[in-house]
Design a protein around this ligand. Structure first.
Ligand code: F0G
Length: 368
């Protein structure tokens, strides 16, 4: 492929952070976050999109398209714009965050909010690409999977090729876990690494078709479901790459876990309090780790990497509602949500006086 076709926004080389507070919280000292939300459009999608958009460009496509819960569409719209291609975005109406929606508008995509969920958007897109010369950029696209392998390669390089014990990944459509697993298996075959880390996948309880597939049917089948979670990025009921993800679990010895809405919100605030932050879907990794460690699958002396998939600023609504204490208002978890109080840092509205600020400061000093 000629250099002239390459579309890049200088993605990749994302940071690996030690999570100090989360480490002491979980009792796992060697706890790190590989932050894929530090990519140019704020999510892990960019490393796959540079490859797949370049393929579309080199093949001469004028239109690219995807169904998305918001991050793929943001990424695709940016890369399409850079390559002078038009982009068509199909997203579920009302179920994506403003941050992500605003990106696809700003990057100039034709953005269609369909009155359905993500799975409904995928069905329509699959029919569309059979009729129109539109290049499909969903994660079933093999170039996207190839590009998303980068995170695992970078990670090993950052760890100076010392293999971690666990890598924990959020699971939605299951493309990312498949890509990371593929990279690890290939690096193992090439003898770049001497053993495989266990890759575990975490889903939201309300969007857990893969969890159920593994725990109820031993991975023999996957029953699609109607998904619901405030972590809208992973609100997916019929994941395309579940068979690939299953092979990753089996070949690395990983687990699949599920976490509640409350556990996601708490974990997100805890990652935030570490000065790192992420979007809700990424926080399932820490929430899942707590459960995996409670059941003894992850041990205190082991090295654990959480793959944070999206930036904190992707979904400010969630964060603001959480800190104001109204995220769970009117939901079944409203009473239980009282336990998140100590993590909340609501803004304080004060009179514009020095005395008011000093008394707020003194009050805050009493809180650890
Ligand atoms: N985390 C974030 C922030 C995501 O945006 C997604 C998927 C996932 C995790 C799950 O990754 O699907 O590879 O298992 N977002 C897609 C989208 C579906 O359209 O943006 P997966």
């Amino acid at each position: 492929m000629g250099q002239a076709f390459v579309i890049t926004l200088r993605e990749g080389n994302t940071p690996l952070y030690h999570l100090q507070r989360c480490a002491s919280l979980t009792g796992i000292d060697s706890l790190y976050a590989k932050h894929q939300g530090m990519n140019p459009t704020g999510s892990f999608k960019d490393t796959g999109m540079t490859v797949a958009a370049t393929a579309a460009h080199a093949t001469g496509f004028h239109w690219v398209a995807c169904a998305s819960t918001g991050n793929t569409s943001a990424s695709m719209a940016a890369y399409a714009a850079r390559g002078n291609m038009r982009s068509l975005v199909l997203i579920p109406e009302g179920k994506i965050s403003w941050g992500k929606l605003s990106q696809s508008l700003d990057y100039g995509a034709l953005t269609c909010q369909l009155r359905t969920d993500f799975d409904g958007c995928v069905r329509i897109l699959n029919d569309l690409v059979r009729q129109k010369p539109v290049y499909l950029l969903n994660s079933v696209n093999p170039y996207r999977i190839e590009g998303q392998k980068t995170a695992a390669v970078e990670l090993l390089e950052q760890l100076e090729w010392q293999v971690p014990d666990h890598i924990i990944v959020p699971g939605g459509n299951l493309g990312n876990s498949s890509a990371i697993g593929k990279a690890l298996l290939e690096m193992h075959q090439l003898k770049l690494i001497s053993r495989l880390p266990k890759v575990s996948i975490v889903q939201a309880q309300g969007a857990n078709p893969f969890y159920r597939s593994v725990h109820e049917f031993g991975g023999a089948k996957l029953e699609p479901m109607t998904a619901d979670t405030m972590a809208t990025a992973i609100r997916i009921g019929n994941p395309a790459s579940w068979k690939k993800a299953l092979r990753v679990l089996q070949s690395t010895g990983g687990e699949v876990e599920q976490v509640t809405e409350l556990e996601i919100a708490e974990a997100k605030a805890e990652i935030g309090a570490d000065g790192i932050g992420c979007e809700p879907a990424s926080a399932v990794t820490l929430a899942g780790l707590k459960k995996l460690s409670q059941r003894g699958f992850v041990k205190p002396g082991e090295t654990v990497i959480l793959i944070l998939t999206g930036h904190l600023l992707k979904d400010p609504d969630f964060t603001i509602k959480f800190h104001r204490g109204d995220l769970f208002e009117g939901t079944l978890q409203e009473r239980e949500a009282v336990r998140t109080k100590q993590l909340q840092r609501a803004p304080v509205v004060l009179d514009a006086t020095l005395a008011a600020v000093i008394s707020a400061l003194e009050a805050a000093e009493k809180i650890p």
